[in-house]
Structures are given as C-alpha cells and as structure tokens.
Ligand binder design. Structure first.
Ligand SMILES: Cc1cc2nc3c(=O)[nH]c(=O)nc-3n(C[C@H](O)[C@H](O)[C@H](O)COP(=O)(O)O)c2cc1C
Length: 397
C-alpha cells in the first residue's frame, strides 16, 4: 500500500518523509520535488519565514541513478532557520538551561496550542506548535511531488487555482480550465489566480488586512485531468474515493470545508439541474478513444459512487483566515491563569496559494494510492501492463 509519514519540528533540524509503496523504475529527480517546494513557498501575503527558507529536498534513499528502487523513498528537507533556533530546540537534555521566560505560556486562538498542551501535559506550548505548524506541509508537498510524478507516467496531470480570497471571487473559474495558457497564467500569478481583475482586488484585500493586523482565508480548487474511470470503490465506505480525497484535503491545517464538483450548491438545486447526462461517442473514422462514454456537464466533479467516472476530478477546499494575528486576540496565561493577549509568532497574512499546492500534493497521494490499488505492481513496467490491459477492456465496454 502506498503511504507516507512525516517527522520534524518547525524550528528543528528539518523535516523527514518516508514514502512507501512507490514501484521500482519510476524516473525521479530532486529537482521535481524542489519545483513543488518552491511553488508552495510563493504567494502574495506570506510572512517573513518564506524569505529565510528556500526549501530543498534531498532524496535520502530509495532512488538510484535517477530511478526508484521499489524500496521506501526517504526525503530530507533541512530547516535553513535551524542555526537561529539551535539553543532553544536542541535535542540534548539540559532543560535547566532554558530560561523560564522563553517557554511559551499563552496559547494562540485558532491553533493547536491549548488543546495540544492539555492533551500531552506540555507546559511549554512550543512543544505543541513546533509540530502542529503548517511547516510540516513542506514534507507533504515533497511526498506529493513523487506521487504526482507517478501519476504523470500514466497521463494524469494535477493543477490548482485560487478561486476566492476573503470573499473576492474569480469569474467563470471553470470556463478555461481545458486551456494550457490558462494554467500558465495561474502559475505566474502571485495568488495562483487566473482572473487578473480578481487578483488585483484580492491583493488589495490582503494589504488592507495586513495594515489592520488581520488575516484572510479563501477557497482553492484542485483538478486532475486524464484519470481513468474505475479508481476507488462503492463497495465499502472507506474505499470511496470522494471520502478519501475529502479526508486528505481536510487534513491540511486550516482547511475547514471541502466540496467535490457542485458540492454544497447541489443541496440547493433540484435533481434535474444536478445530475450529468450520459452520452456515447461512436467510433470516428474507425478511431475509438479509451473511454467512449462521456458527459456534457461535470457537476459530479469526476466521481460517482466514490468511483472515478472518466471526467476530470474537481475538488475545492475552504481555508480559514490565518490564526496568528498581529493584533492578537484574548487568551489566558496557562500558569497564572491571567487574561492576556495571545502570543504572536512570525506569520502569514494569507496562505491560500500555498495551501493550494499542498492540496495538489494530498490529491496526488490519494489518487496515486487508488491507482496502485487497481493497477498495482512492483515495477512501473508491471503497473503499465495492468493499466494498458484495463484500458483495452474499457475501450471494448
Ligand atoms: C500552507 C499553510 C501555511 C500556513 N501558515 C500559517 C501562518 O503563517 N500562521 C498561522 O497562524 N497559521 C498558518 N497556517 C494555518 C495553521 O497551521 C492552522 O490554522 C493551525 O495549525 C491550526 O489547525 P486548524 O486550523 O486546522 O485547526 C498555515 C496553513 C497552511 C496550509
């Protein structure tokens, strides 16, 4: 089974990933991982850390001479900021050397600080925030880049765009998604937004929030093109791909809502305006494509019954505004129980574009997992054989 684990603290030595289940002989270069790490670091509204950290992934194991070995892929991302945190975050046991004033005693609303402190009994809340921090999403992005590489081998491409920030929405987000030019525009945009007019208004909103010591959230969309029908299953609740994708997306810090296809809007419309009609393309000049059934609309977002149906996957996620406010909210000192303003750590004003890249990675992981469940093999050659033989059956269906 394809799975990964991450380890590492936000201001520790770095982040580690172990990704297990990638078949042998997948071409893989560190640069592909670094490309996605750089994409995660961009974005209008990011905080000071993004300037310090230029993430680089080191492939530690599982790859030899540019190809995976079938053994676990180990990835290391060093924290460039470690030098400044060595004393506070050191591994050696001399706790007495840490001045009490340096312990973090005031939990920040909207963070794991208090719930995590109570859970583990930590009296220095840094022990919570170091791991709960979204810094960990760099590790997921690297793992996601490997999964994305695997899917690309079989014709699936994953994209993301920001469609809303602080209530400012793009116009007609679905209308140009088939055009490569559109996605180039998205990649060039500081907000991953293909509507330049909306982008301008979003930037203004971010500037206003920053000047007020406030933050903003938004909505991003991930699309997967070229997926075969038949990934996931309706046969068991935990095999449904819609549920799995939603879970993967909700696991990203600050994501508070997920929808697939028409999503929440489907609950407000009659069935006649929701379900996608099915059509069949007859052979054109003797040519048949692998999937001959199609829909003129894709309100289902590429999934029916928790199974991919051959249309493109459309999944959206809502990100809450960043929790750390420069003008902090009220909190309580955990030792004295005094009412005080929350701790302020260096922070982003808006991180929706970054979250979108993390969303691509989590989508890639879940899709690659479902892909290997269906076509799994120990080598890319074996997976390809299974995949192609299935496509022949689909063509004849
Ligand atoms: C890419 C990314 C960057 C983030 N950057 C920050 C940040 O700079 N400051 C902050 O307070 N929260 C940031 N967050 C959100 C927090 O990590 C998150 O709200 C917190 O861990 C609590 O988790 P929850 O919101 O899911 O309950 C970021 C989230 C993501 C996905």
């Amino acid at each position: 089974m394809l799975r990964f684990l991450t380890a590492g603290e936000s201001h520790g030595k770095g982040l580690l990933v172990i990704l297990e289940g990638i078949p042998a002989d997948l071409p893989l270069a560190e640069e592909e991982l670094n490309l996605d790490l750089a994409r995660r670091q961009r974005g209008y509204g990011r905080g000071g850390r993004m300037k310090i950290e230029s993430d680089r992934a080191e492939i530690f194991s599982g790859v030899r001479r540019g190809k995976t070995l079938g053994s676990p892929v180990g990835i290391l991302i060093r924290n460039r900021d470690w030098e400044n945190w060595k004393e506070l975050m050191k591994v050696e046991n001399n706790i007495s050397a840490l001045p009490a004033a340096q312990a973090l005693k005031v939990p920040r609303p909207g963070h794991a600080d208090l719930a995590g402190g109570i859970k583990f009994g930590h009296r220095d809340l840094r022990n919570v925030l170091e791991r709960a921090s979204a810094r960990e999403t760099a590790a997921r992005t690297a793992a996601g880049a490997v999964c994305r590489r695997l899917l690309a081998e079989f014709g699936t491409v994953i994209r993301s765009q920001v469609i809303e920030i602080g209530g400012v929405k793009v116009k007609g987000e679905g209308s140009k998604v088939k055009e490569n030019d559109y996605w180039e525009k998205v990649e060039k945009s500081e907000l991953r937004c293909g509507d330049l007019g909306a982008e301008k208004r979003m930037k203004k909103l971010i500037d206003q929030a920053r000047s007020k010591g406030d933050t903003v959230g938004g909505v991003f969309e991930v699309r997967a093109f070229g997926l075969p029908p038949g990934l996931g299953s309706y046969c068991q609740w935990d095999l449904r791909l819609d549920g799995r994708l939603a879970g993967a997306m909700m696991s990203i810090p600050a994501i508070k809502g997920v929808e697939i296809g028409m999503g929440f809007l489907a609950g407000r419309k009659p069935g006649s305006q929701v379900h996608d009609e099915i059509f069949y393309k007859s052979a054109v000049g003797g040519q048949r494509s692998a999937v001959n059934f199609y829909r003129k609309t894709n309100r289902a977002g590429g999934l029916e019954g928790g199974v991919t149906n051959g249309e493109e996957l459309v999944i959206r996620a809502a990100m809450k505004p960043i929790s750390t406010l420069l003008k902090p909210k009220n909190s309580v000192q955990i030792d004295t129980k005094e009412a005080v303003p929350a701790t302020v750590e260096r922070s982003d004003v808006c991180a929706v574009p970054a979250a979108a890249v993390v969303g691509e990675g989590m989508t890639a992981l879940e899709l690659a997992r479902a892909f290997l469940e269906k076509f799994g093999g120990d080598s890319i050659r074996e997976v390809r054989r299974n995949f192609l033989s299935y496509l022949r059956e689909v063509e004849a269906y």
